[in-house]
Write a protein that binds this ligand. Sequence first.
Ligand code: FAD
Length: 281
Amino acid sequence: MKTQIERPKLFSFEFFPPKSPEGIEKLRATRKQLAQLNPAFFSVTYGAGGSTRDGTLSTVLEIRKDGHEAAPHISCVASTKQSLREVIRQYKDNGIKRIVALRGDMPSGLAMAGELRYASDLVRFIREDTGDWFHVEVAAYPEYHPQARKAQDDLRAFKAKVEAGADAAITQYFYNPDAYFHFVEQAEAMGIDVPIVPGIMPINNFAQLARFSDACGAEIPRWMRLKLEGYGDDSASIKAFGMDVVTDLCDKLLASGAPGLHIYTMNMAGPASTLWQRLGL
Ligand code: FAD
């Protein structure tokens, strides 16, 4: 992991745009707490077909108003080029310099695939429209994307995103550090030299995590699944065990040269703050 070691570590936190007034208030409190940890940026997810377009933008603008860097996500699924251009220009006109470019997932029942098929097409589109304005991040999958026919195809798809102009990548979450190390080695062997920042999912609710993991192809290793299942409704034990596992994972990743950490906060400050203390960051 030589090229991954050479840069300063990059720490970031991910939010989703809240839907209710209570959610907005809760996220404000979360953000204030996490801002004290001095992350490089906060990122804000984007719903397929632009379903959270306004919420993503307003959340990002609020973060920036408080003086922090924010990166909106954008996804091309179920979207026209014209609507994507509008969103990209809106981000640019608001002085936003960082963007996370994704394909997104089709909400069930939606038949329209969109004018751009893959995230690599979206990255190219962003570069054609706005040149070097944005620092573009893309997704990477150490355990491979569930729709990839072969692991090698997924690596090639990742390379296509970098060749289209991505500056860095954030990974899907994983609990097996060897999957990440192997993925980075493979990527470097293919000439990919952008930072590949591990995405980290703290463990709070096992049923929810199991559902997410089945959908996105992130493996919960058997020993962890059995342990978590064994705690039943004892959420304090689930959280304590989860924090031990995730702290250990982050320790290993950082010690072995991972270029930073991107935390999927689920709009909660507690787990990320505890993790920071445990890691001594
Ligand atoms: P792509 O890179 O386009 O890959 C999708 C699939 O197509 C893969 O299987 C890939 O191997 C394959 N593929 C790519 N190019 C080709 C090609 N040329 N030929 C054949 N096959 C190809 N989703 C949201 O809706 N909103 C968000 O805000 C959001 N944020 C995310 C943030 C991170 C850090 C991550 C890791 C994921 C996020 N997602 C989000 C989920 C993401 O949209 C899904 O994982 C989606 O299924 C794939 O998106 P992608 O950008 O990786 O797609």
